[in-house]
Each structure stands twice: as structure tokens, then as C-alpha cells.
Write a protein that binds this ligand. Structure first.
Ligand SMILES: [Zn+2]
Ligand SMILES: [Zn+2]
Length: 393
């Protein structure tokens, strides 16, 4: 359990994280970290098993720790009923080697080796079985590592399902810096979203009376600034840069646990990104990397904020937005220079995403502000045209 005192109305913030390790060679600390668990259930997919799962398995074996491993045979694992079922049923699988019979019927710890989806699945299983779990990250690709909710695909749509937050987060930089390049860009893109998310949170504080924690918001902004500072080094897989992104995810994840909501991680940029992702799912397409969708959402909403800054006569609002303009400019410059791939490039889908975002989630953001001013349609159209121009689409 992590506890910090605060000057906000909550006075004290708590998160159920026991330990985290973000370093080169972090995997080697697993036996010591998990020494109190007797039956460890390791879950991976083919890629994450190759990246880190195999090494984790060897370490547990060398240290005489009883474990079982399930590797999804699928090329592409999605967070579905079927995937949750596979994790639930395979820890006592019939083809297991003899020592599986020494297992009581349940493992006492789940260890997800994951860049995202496996973690989402294990988080649900952990919650349903009341078992603690931990993550060995394999790519710095998205901010959901420490989240309590899992995206879940069902009945042709996607929603968030309750899960547990991890007790342990292990990020081995030697593993992470070898992740596919687009996943790394997605990771930093997901962090860029915090600039919009925190500004939306400030807006909600001042225009909708919402709870806000100055310290948590500042921690998230500082962590995002750190990612941006040496972000260009991602091009040559600099471990320091990967570390900053992973620490950013950790700070954001803790912020969510501390506040009990996802304000520290996401605002309108995430909701629009989720709407775009839903269109893909409904059309039967594989969704893009979450962080890349968020990055595009960030660029779009940043344009809206800039338009609002130009137009508004509300001095307080102007001052709020002005603080974030240098961040928005730096993000845009990064995306152009690093050629961050666009996800949605057709005008109709971008616009439909903005409309859908408004009704998808009852969360006060710039979208609500513009709607209340009767300006959302106009801003959406103009910002979309500007975005398409920036994307060169
Ligand atoms: Zn606070
Ligand atoms: Zn995200």
C-alpha cells in the first residue's frame, strides 16, 4: 500500500501497489519480490512469452518456485469472454506436467506478462477470483498498466469491466526497449494525452465544480514533461526515454488510484479516441494501438482549445488554456518530426467520433463546454479540417 498526505480535500491518498521496479534487469528481482507466493500462474501470449515470459519461467524454475504457465496460442489476443475463459480454465490444464498435481485447485498469484491485453484479461480474472496479481511489462505502449478497469469486447461493442489494480509492476528496460517501434510511439502518445486530460480536469473544476487535486495533476504534468524532454531519443530506443514513459504510466496509474477516478489519465482526447476505436470494432476491423488513437485525439482537442483561446472573452478561461499552449505546440512538433502514424484519416469518422464522445461518457470536458455554448458543431468541423491538414491527409 502506498500512502501520501495531500493538501486537497481527500487529505490522504492511497493506492494498493506493493512494489514496482522500472530498471534494466528488473525481471531478475521477481523471485525475491514474489517469495511469499506458493503457486504462481504466469500468463502470456506468443509475443510476450518470447519477449519476457520465457525468462520469467526460467527464473521461477531455477528458484524452485511452483508455477504454471499459460501462453495464448492465438496470433491476436482480444479482451473477450473467451480469453477470460481460457485463463480461468488453463491453470489446471490436463496436459500439465506431474507437479501440477501438487497444486491445490487455485493459484495464489497471477503474473501477467504483457504489453496491454493480457494484463486487461488477468486483471478481470484476478478480480473475479479474489487473487492478487502483478505485471511484467513488455512494451511501453499504454497507460493502463496500473488501472483498475479493463476494456472488454462483447456483443459487438466495448465497455470497461471492473478489475483489480496490480500489486507489483515490473518493467525491465532491456525488454521494453526492444518493443515494436509503433508501440513505443503509442506509449509516448498516450502520455501526451495527459496535457489535454489535465486541462479538461481544470476546466471541470472551474466550470462544473468538480473535485481536483493540484498535487496529482502537477505530478502527471511533470511526468509528461519528462517524456517530452528526451522523447526524440525514442528513435534510437534510448532506455532512459523508455523509463520516462513507464514512470509516466506509473504516476498516472497511481493518480487514478489516489483520486478514485480516471481524471489524472484521461479527458476528451481519450473519449474521442475510444469512439474511433469503437467504430473500428463495429466495422470488424482490428483497432489501432490505443496510444496512437489518443495521440491523434490530443492533436485534435489541442486545436479546439487553441480556437477557444482565440475566441473567448473569458479572462479566466484564457489564462487556463494559455498555460498549456507550449505543451500543445511541443506535442505537435514531435508528432510531425517523429512521423507519428495517424489512425483515423477520413473526415466523417473523425467528426462522428467527436459527436459520439459527447454522449459516450458523462464527463465534463471542452466538448461539454462547447456544446453548452452552442459551438461544438462549428469547432468540430473546423478542428477536423485543421487536423487533416496537419496529418497531410
Ligand atoms: Zn490530493
Ligand atoms: Zn490511455
Amino acid at each position: 500500500m502506498i500512502e501520501v498526505n495531500c493538501t486537497c480535500e481527500k487529505k490522504i491518498h492511497r493506492a494498493p501497489l506493493e512494489q514496482y521496479e522500472i530498471s534494466s534487469g528488473a525481471i531478475r528481482k521477481i523471485p525475491e519480490m514474489l517469495k511469499d507466493y506458493k503457486r504462481i500462474y504466469v500468463v502470456a501470449d506468443k509475443n510476450t512469452y518470447a519477449a519476457a515470459g520465457k525468462a520469467v519461467e526460467a527464473l521461477l524454475r531455477e528458484n524452485g518456485m511452483l508455477h504454471d504457465v499459460y501462453v495464448f496460442p492465438d496470433d491476436y489476443v482480444l479482451p473477450t469472454f473467451e480469453s477470460v475463459g481460457k485463463v480461468l480454465t488453463h491453470f489446471h490444464r490436463l496436459d500439465a506436467k506431474p507437479n501440477i498435481f501438487e497444486f491445490p485447485p487455485m493459484p495464489d498469484f497471477i503474473l501477467a506478462v504483457s504489453s496491454g491485453t493480457i494484463n486487461d484479461i488477468c486483471r478481470i480474472v484476478s478480480y473475479r477470483l479474489g487473487l492478487p496479481y502483478g505485471i511484467v511489462g513488455t512494451a511501453p505502449s499504454m497507460d493502463g498498466y496500473a488501472s483498475a478497469g479493463s476494456p472488454f469486447l462483447h456483443d459487438g461493442t466495448k465497455s470497461t469491466v471492473q478489475g483489480t489494480t496490480p500489486r507489483y509492476i515490473i518493467a525491465d528496460l532491456d525488454v521494453m526497449k526492444e518493443a515494436p517501434y509503433d508501440m513505443m510511439l503509442a506509449g509516448i502518445g498516450d502520455m501526451f494525452g495527459k496535457y489535454v486530460g489535465i486541462l479538461d480536469w481544470e476546466l471541470a473544476r472551474d466550470y462544473a465544480g468538480e473535485y481536483y487535486c493540484e498535487k496529482i495533476a502537477q505530478d502527471v504534468i511533470d511526468a509528461t514533461n519528462k517524456c517530452l524532454e528526451n522523447g526524440y531519443d525514442l528513435a534510437h530506443r534510448d532506455p532512459e526515454c523508455v523509463k520516462n514513459v513507464m514512470e509516466g504510466f506509473l504516476v498516472t496509474g497511481l493518480g487514478m488510484a489516489f483520486t478514485g477516478n480516471s481524471r489524472p489519465a484521461s479527458g476528451s482526447e481519450h473519449i474521442v479516441a475510444h469512439a474511433w476505436e469503437l467504430f473500428d470494432i463495429e466495422r470488424g476491423n482490428h483497432p489501432h494501438f490505443h496510444g496512437l488513437e489518443v495521440c491523434e485525439g490530443t492533436r485534435l482537442v489541442a486545436i479546439m482549445y487553441k480556437m477557444l483561446l482565440e475566441e473567448t472573452e473569458d479572462a479566466h478561461l484564457k489564462a487556463l488554456i494559455e498555460k498549456y499552449i507550449p505543451y500543445f505546440d511541443a506535442v505537435e512538433e514531435f508528432c510531425v518530426k517523429m512521423q507519428v502514424p495517424p489512425t483515423v484519416t477520413d473526415r466523417e469518422t473523425i467528426l462522428a467520433g467527436i459527436k459520439r464522445a459527447l454522449i459516450m461518457r458523462d464527463r465534463y470536458t471542452i466538448l461539454f463546454y462547447l456544446r453548452d455554448m452552442g459551438k461544438l458543431d462549428e469547432y468540430a468541423e473546423k478542428a477536423t479540417d485543421k487536423l487533416l491538414e496537419l496529418l497531410g491527409a
